[in-house]
Ligand binder design. Structure first.
Ligand code: ADP
Ligand code: MG
Length: 299
């Protein structure tokens, strides 16, 4: 017996490594006008490394890292994992922390060694009162700006409300990202855009490597949703690819949400319309092409 075209397409997509969850999704893939990519863990490998530690004031490099790692001990964010790995690599014991809170797309706070420690995006500096050591704040801003200009992710460490250091992190682009962006344009006519919570410098650096010209940076999870809605308001159908870390609401807002299978959170895997089972980005344009072909056969 021959399968209906959409079901054969689902089977074929599955063999390529794309788990398409329904016939409706298989059919709608063909309508994709814009593919919105999350950055960390989607366009990048998602395992950033701490490549520089800049202490500020009279705090030692080792203490900056130790306190930051203590605050990040329960963090599931790739930045937190990187900070913990950097401390372990140097053989530092991770101090116990209490009163842990995390702000999605911003950072973490905790009490470590009896001190209030915050680790997160340089936007944290904007929340400080101007009296909290003006030179330290200015120095932290300069170091962070330099790291951003170099295409890195800067994370500031505040101890008792004063900048104690800046960590610079680097992540690697997925090797097949540029070919995926090219294939999306050539094979399907879809335009690629980048949505990220990271800074504009790191975002532009990565976008240039990937061949993406539309970049939206410094976005909080809700800003990613607003971005998706703005593109939809232009009459375009948006497919968002993400790992579910800080982009779960945007995955839900997109016409189609596609989750990374290996790096993706459980929530993303469950709520997504399709899953790139092996985190293999080029399977996405292949699945859209399959959808187009199946639809021609249905009609
Ligand atoms: P992306 O869109 O690239 O996946 P996120 O929205 O997850 O980025 O995070 C945006 C930014 O928030 C990070 O680049 C980092 O500066 C900061 N951040 C988020 N979580 C943490 C954390 N656990 N520790 C330190 N900084 C964090
Ligand atoms: Mg992310």
């Amino acid at each position: 017996a021959t399968m209906p075209p959409l079901l054969s397409a689902i089977a074929l997509a599955g063999r390529h490594g794309v788990l398409v969850k329904s016939a409706v999704v298989m059919e709608q893939l063909a309508d994709t006008d814009v593919v919105a990519f999350d950055k960390t863990g989607t366009l990048t490998e998602g395992h950033p490394r701490v490549v520089d530690i800049h202490p500020i004031g009279d705090v030692h490099t080792v203490d900056v890292l130790r306190l930051a790692a203590g605050a990040e001990h329960a963090s599931e964010h790739p930045v937190g994992t990187a900070v913990l790995a950097a401390a372990r690599d140097r053989g530092l014991p991770i101090p116990a922390a209490s009163d842990f809170t995390s702000v999605p797309g911003r950072g973490v706070r905790a009490v470590v060694d009896g001190r209030r420690v915050a680790v997160g995006a340089p936007a944290l500096l904007d929340e400080l009162t101007p009296t909290a050591g003006d030179t330290a704040v200015a120095q932290a801003r300069t170091v962070a700006a330099d790291a951003h200009a170099a295409g890195r992710t800067a994370v500031v460490v505040l101890v008792d409300g004063t900048p104690a250091g800046v960590l610079a992190l680097a992540d690697r682009i997925r090797a097949d990202a540029p070919a995926t962006v090219t294939a999306l344009a050539r094979l399907t006519g879809a335009r690629s855009i980048l949505l990220t919570g990271d800074n504009p410098g790191a975002a532009r650096h990565l976008a240039a490597e990937a061949g993406i010209t539309a970049v939206h940076a410094s976005l909080l999870p809700q800003d990613k949703v607003d971005r998706v809605r703005a593109v939809q308001a232009d009459g375009r159908r948006v497919l968002l690819v993400g790992d579910g870390v800080n982009d779960a609401p945007a995955l839900a807002a997109a016409n189609l949400g596609v989750a990374m299978g290996r790096g993706g959170s459980d929530l993303a895997l469950h709520s997504a319309d399709a899953v790139l089972v092996r985190d293999d980005l080029p399977t996405l344009p292949a699945a859209i092409a399959l959808s187009r072909r199946a639809r021609r056969l249905v009609k």
